[in-house]
Design a protein around this ligand. Structure first.
Ligand SMILES: Cc1cc2nc3c(=O)[nH]c(=O)nc-3n(C[C@H](O)[C@H](O)[C@H](O)COP(=O)(O)O)c2cc1C
Length: 296
């Protein structure tokens, strides 16, 4: 994702240097990630005393422009977005085991409202549906064994010590003693496959984030809603990690949506838990998101 700031207009673009052609051929995951960044930008503007309005994928003839945010002075403070802005530095994917037991009802409702407020839907799965997702995870692992392109791509972005880009070994979390597991093992390098093993919670809280349609703008919407859900979770002491393997194959993605018993298109499978402090993925310096003078 790249950002261009012109006066009070902030444009969010696809970043052609950081694509995942094997895992994300259509760019859906990148649009989700850019949507998440768009929500962060809105929260940040709010925390500085500005309001925002925005359009998602505003020009079909310019497919790389994913969102245009217009920042303007405002008299009315949006306290909710200001409170979520505080959580931005604290939000991280958490692949550690969580305590067992469901999330409190008020937390679940707050997470559902967060998705709904941005035009998406968050549906909690029951135990039989989670079991079906795990069967799909097994299926995706079997499909990946033959896919060297996918494995090479993951090895490029995951593992080792990383201070700017990609996911470092330290953020992978422990391996699960059970298989298939409700935490994704992104390990791609031999040393990472020998990480310490641990038992994960037996009854995880798993939910699917969906939108009614699946146009590029809907995928950006899913990202905006995702970030609102994740920042709300962080604020309530709730951790999140993802189990999206089935969503990377269209046939399984349709089945995941079917499990929610709602019409629409699944974008994220999220495992919620209780936060524990753990290692995090480092952030790119802000300057790396902004085009250089020659590019702009
Ligand atoms: C569309 C999308 C799908 C993702 N799917 C997964 C996933 O299935 N499993 C996982 O562990 N992380 C997944 N990630 C999370 C990334 O790995 C995460 O952004 C990365 O670990 C950076 O860490 P952070 O969340 O702490 O910023 C996904 C991210 C995006 C944007």
């Amino acid at each position: 994702m790249a950002v261009r700031v012109q006066g009070h207009v902030v444009d969010v673009f696809l970043d052609g240097l950081r694509t995942l052609p094997a895992e994300d051929l259509t760019g859906r995951a990148m649009r989700i990630a850019a949507g998440a960044a768009t929500f962060n930008l809105r929260c940040a503007a709010e925390s500085l005393g500005y309001g925002t309005w925005f359009g998602l994928a505003p020009y079909p003839e310019e497919p790389d422009l994913l969102a245009r945010i217009v920042v303007e002075p405002t008299g009315a403070r949006n306290e909710e977005l200001r409170a979520l802005a505080v959580q931005i530095p604290h939000r991280h994917t958490d692949r550690q085991p969580s305590d067992d037991g469901p999330l409190a009802e008020d937390v679940r409702v707050a997470l559902m409202h967060a998705a709904y407020a941005e035009g998406a839907e968050l549906t909690r799965l029951g135990e039989p549906e989670i079991h079906t997702v795990l069967e799909m995870v097994l299926d995706t692992d079997l499909r990946e064994i033959r896919d060297w392109h996918r494995r090479a791509e993951r090895a490029h972005w995951v593992g080792g010590e990383r201070t700017t880009e990609g996911i470092p070994s330290s953020a992978l979390g422990p391996r699960s003693t059970s298989y298939p597991a409700t935490v994704r093992d992104l390990a791609a390098q031999p040393l990472d496959r020998m990480r310490q093993e641990t038992t994960f919670e037996a009854h995880p809280d798993v939910a699917v984030l969906s939108t009614v349609y699946d146009e590029p703008a809907d995928q950006v919407t899913a990202g905006v809603a995702l970030e609102r859900v994740l920042l709300t979770a962080t604020r309530m002491g709730v951790s999140a990690s993802f189990l999206n393997q089935p969503l990377e194959f269209e046939d399984l993605r349709r089945k995941v949506q079917h499990l929610t018993q709602r019409p629409g298109h699944a974008h994220m499978i999220i495992r919620f838990g209780r936060s524990r402090p753990g290692p995090h993925t480092a952030r790119l310096p802000v300057a790396d998101f902004l085009p250089t003078k020659e590019q702009s």
